[in-house]
Write a protein that binds this ligand. Structure first.
Ligand SMILES: C[S@@+](CC[C@H](N)C(=O)[O-])C[C@H]1O[C@@H](n2cnc3c(N)ncnc32)[C@H](O)[C@@H]1O
Length: 278
């Protein structure tokens, strides 16, 4: 399952989006710095030594200190769909410590490839909405692997975006009803991720995620607020959180796209929440 995914990852946009995240980080480094620092500090506080750890959405290791993680853990699995991460991961650790690192290029939802094939094969427009509403996300294999700790690292908000972009690219101009069904399918991806995380074999889970998006114009006092959780994802988070013990939490703002740096007409800030559960 991993090899076919690796070969299709480029066409599904993961590599392009990964390169864009890295380029934006370079342009916005000082605006991102508090978010990067807060994420790294939260992880440093919450990770106990000696664990087998899975990091979902490890990406290009901007917001996680992989060397420190390797030093404190028996085994660290870096997991991301973007094949471009591999060159960054190769530079992590050395000697014996390096052997503790497992590099995995895979889709954490385990279904984007299958879903994209299903939807790409629909040509009659009348069937698109029904096709979207019939999609069900499976339980991914990582949930049943013997990890002591799983970290979902600034990933939850990103998961549905690749899927949304794929559907919009393959089916021009969606109707209002199709957009609604698309949003529900995006929520299905997020909900399945949360269900898998909370019911995983791991005795500890850390979830760092965007919960809200704030859009601003520097010359106006009003903000536009949008939820970063689609469909039933907020309910899945509530139910999952109730099934575990909260060990630590924090929240902060991530100035993702400062106005005039990324776009002239508006800027974007994300509310980030960090939750550690036992
Ligand atoms: C905002 S970035 C997180 C930052 C990342 N930890 C870093 O330091 O570069 C989100 C990451 O999630 C990954 N991602 C998004 N959807 C994914 C999926 N379905 N499966 C695996 N990784 C995914 C992206 O490739 C990206 O690296």
């Amino acid at each position: 399952m991993r090899l076919p995914f690796f070969s299709r990852a480029r066409s599904l946009g993961f590599a392009t989006m990964g390169a864009q995240i890295e380029a934006r980080h370079r342009r916005c480094e000082r605006w991102w710095a508090p978010h990067v620092r807060n994420t790294r500090e939260f992880l440093a506080q919450q990770i106990s030594p000696g664990l087998r750890v899975g990091v979902l959405g490890a990406g290009r290791l901007i917001d996680v200190d992989a060397d420190e993680l390797l030093e404190r853990s028996q085994e660290v699995h870096l997991i991301d769909a973007d094949p471009g991460c591999r060159s960054v991961w190769r530079a992590v650790g050395s000697g014996q410590r390096r052997k503790k690192l497992v590099a995995r290029t895979e889709d954490v939802t385990a279904c984007i490839l299958a879903w994209s094939r299903q939807i790409a094969s629909i040509d009659g427009r009348s069937r698109l909405a029904a096709g979207l509403s019939a999609l069900h996300a499976p339980r991914p294999a990582w949930a049943d692997e013997p990890f002591d700790l799983i970290v979902s690292l600034n990933l939850l908000g990103q998961i549905p975006l690749y899927w949304r972009d794929f559907v919009r690219a393959t089916h021009a101009t969606l109707s209002e009803h199709e957009e609604e069904q698309l949003a529900l399918s995006m929520g299905e991806l997020q909900s399945a991720h949360l269900r898998a995380l909370f019911s995983s074999m791991a005795s500890r889970v850390i979830l760092i995620f965007d919960s809200e998006y704030y859009f601003y114009e520097a010359s106006r006092a009003e903000w536009r607020v949008e939820s970063a959780m689609f469909g039933a994802a907020a309910d899945a988070l509530r139910a999952g959180a109730a099934s575990r013990v909260l060990k630590g939490s924090d929240t902060w703002l991530w100035h993702l796209a400062p106005q005039f740096v990324e776009q002239a007409d508006e800027g974007e800030i994300h509310k980030v929440e960090a939750l550690a559960f036992g």
